[in-house]
Design a protein around this ligand. Structure first.
Ligand code: ADP
Length: 403
C-alpha cells in the first residue's frame, strides 16, 4: 500500500509518499508561502533515479497546493504513481489531540469536530491541520484518512505531572494542563532505542531529547511517557529557536503593567522573538555556533543557556525515573551537533553519564551509541522520522480497520 503523509501549516504543506511494503519514501517535498504573491513548490523523487524540482508559482489556497502535489506525483516524467487512486491512505499530523485522543484515529466527521473542539488549545496549528484534512478528503474521496496526534504519546503521564498547581476549576472548565508535544518523535526514537539496545521497550527507562527548532525532553518509564517539558502549548520547557521555554509566570503580567505591550504582543514575543533568537538575534544553531567560535559574546551565552536548560531537565528526569538506561539525542541539533551533545553531557560523570568524545565526533549516518564503556547510562543518537512513524501508524489503523 502507498500512504501519503501530510503536515499542513497555516501557509504550507509538507508531504511524503511512502511505499509501505519496504517503508521507503517514493517522493516528498513542500508547498510554501500558500496565499502569498509567489508560492514555492519543492518536489523530490527518491530511490534509484533521484530527482528534484523547484518552482515558484501562484498557489492561492491549500486545495490548489495539494492538487499541484498530486499533479507532480502522477506526472509523466517526474511521477511515481500512475493515478491518485494508488494512494491507499493518508496520514495527517495533527498537533493537539487534547484529552480526547490518546492514539491515532481514522478520520470521520466526529473526529473532525473533536479536533475543532481543541482549537482553543492550539489556535495556530489545529485550524491548519483541519484545512489539510478537509482538502485531502475532497481530493482523495476513496482513501482512508488518519489523524496522528503530537500529544498522544504523552497521555500516560500521571496527574501529578500533567496538572499545573492552579485552581482546579481551571482544569475542569478550560482543560488547562500539560499535554506535551513531539510525541510521535519521542515514541519513534524510544522504539528505535529498544531495537538498538536489543531490549524490550517495556523494560527500558529513557530520557529522549528532541532538539530541533522546537525542543522537548521526555522521561520515558517502561516505554511510556511519564513527564515531558512542553506543556499546555509548545512554549514551555527548553530554550528553543524562537521560544523562551520556562520563565517566571509573573513576567507577562509585569510586561503588560509596565510597558506598552498588550497580552497578544507578549504572547507573540515569547513564541517568535525569544529563545536563542532573543538572546543572540539568530535561531539557526549552525550560525550561532560559528559566531560563538568567532568570539561573539551573545552567541556564546545563547549556547550556554540552551545546554544548561537541557542539563537541568536531565537531572530532574533522572530523579523522577530513578533508574535511567539511556539518553537518546534526536532532531536537527541533537543529531548533527557533536558540540552541543558534548556540552550537555559535560560534568555528568557523577550521575553516571559519560560520553565517548571520539565516538560523539564521528560523522556516521544512522542510529549509534555515543557512550564510553564506563558510562552507566548509555547515550544514543537516533535520527527521528516522524513522517515514517505517521505512515506506520496510519498503515496499522487502516489495515486493522479492513479486517
Ligand atoms: P524542526 O523543528 O523545524 O523540524 P529540525 O529538527 O530540522 O527542526 O532542526 C533544525 C535545527 O537544527 C536548526 O537550529 C539547525 O541550525 C540545526 N542544525 C542542523 N544541522 C546542524 C549542525 N550540523 N550543527 C548544529 N545545528 C544543526
Amino acid at each position: 500500500m502507498k500512504i501519503l503523509v501530510i503536515n499542513t501549516g497555516s501557509s504550507s504543506i509538507k508531504y511524503q509518499l511512502f511505499e509501505m511494503e519496504d517503508h521507503t519514501v517514493l517522493a516528498g517535498g513542500m508547498v510554501e508561502r500558500i496565499g502569498e504573491a509567489s508560492s514555492k513548490i519543492t518536489y523530490k523523487v527518491y530511490g534509484e533515479n533521484p530527482q528534484k524540482t523547484e518552482s515558484n508559482e501562484v498557489i492561492t489556497d491549500h486545495k490548489t497546493g495539494l492538487l499541484r502535489v498530486v499533479s507532480l506525483l502522477v506526472d509523466e516524467k517526474l511521477g511515481v504513481i500512475k493515478d491518485k487512486s494508488e494512494v491507499g491512505a493518508i496520514g495527517h499530523r495533527v498537533v493537539h489531540g487534547g484529552e480526547e485522543f490518546v492514539k491515532p484515529a481514522v478520520i470521520d466527521d466526529t473526529v473532525i469536530k473533536a479536533i475543532e473542539r481543541n482549537i482553543p488549545l492550539a489556535p495556530l496549528h489545529n485550524p491548519s491541520n483541519i484545512v489539510g484534512i478537509t482538502v485531502s478528503r475532497e481530493i482523495f474521496p476513496n482513501a482512508k484518512q488518519v489523524a496522528v496526534f503530537d500529544t498522544a504519546f504523552h497521555h500516560t503521564m500521571p496527574e501529578k505531572a500533567y496538572r499545573y498547581a492552579l485552581p482546579s476549576d481551571l482544569y475542569e472548565r478550560y482543560k488547562i494542563r500539560r499535554y506535551g508535544f513531539h510525541g510521535t518523535s519521542h515514541q519513534f526514537v524510544s522504539e528505535a532505542a529498544a531495537s538498538l539496545l536489543n531490549r524490550k521497550l517495556k523494560d527500558l527507562n529513557l530520557i529522549t531529547i528532541h532538539l530541533g527548532n522546537g525542543g522537548s525532553i521526555t522521561a520515558v518509564k517502561s516505554g511510556a511517557s511519564i513527564d515531558t517539558s512542553m506543556g499546555m502549548t509548545p512554549l514551555e520547557g527548553l530554550v528553543m529557536g524562537t521560544r523562551s521555554g520556562d520563565i517566571d509566570p509573573a513576567i507577562p503580567a509585569f510586561l503588560t503593567r509596565n510597558s506598552e505591550a498588550t497580552i497578544e504582543d507578549v504572547d507573540r514575543m515569547l513564541n517568535t522573538r525569544s529563545g536563542l533568537k532573543g538572546i543572540c538575534g539568530k535561531n539557526d544553531m549552525r550560525e550561532i555556533l560559528a559566531a560563538a567560535d568567532r568570539g561573539d559574546k551573545t552567541s556564546k551565552l545563547a549556547v550556554e543557556m540552551f545546554c544548561y536548560r537541557v542539563k537541568k531537565y536531565i537531572g530532574a528526569y533522572m530523579a523522577v525515573l530513578g533508574r535511567v538506561d539511556s539518553l537518546v539525542f534526536t532532531a536537527g541539533i541533537g543529531e548533527h551537533s557533536a558540540e552541543i551533545r558534548e556540552r550537555i553531557c559535560e560534568d555528568l560523570e557523577q550521575i553516571g553519564i559519560i560520553l565517548d568524545i571520539d565516538k560523539n565526533r564521528e560523522k556516521i549516518q544512522g542510529n549509534r551509541e555515543l557512550h564510553s564503556a564506563r558510562s552507566q547510562v548509555k547515550i544514543l543518537l537516533i535520527p527521528t522520522n516522524e513522517e515514517l512513524k505517521i505512515a506506520l501508524e496510519t498503515h496499522l489503523l487502516v489495515s486493522n480497520d479492513n479486517i
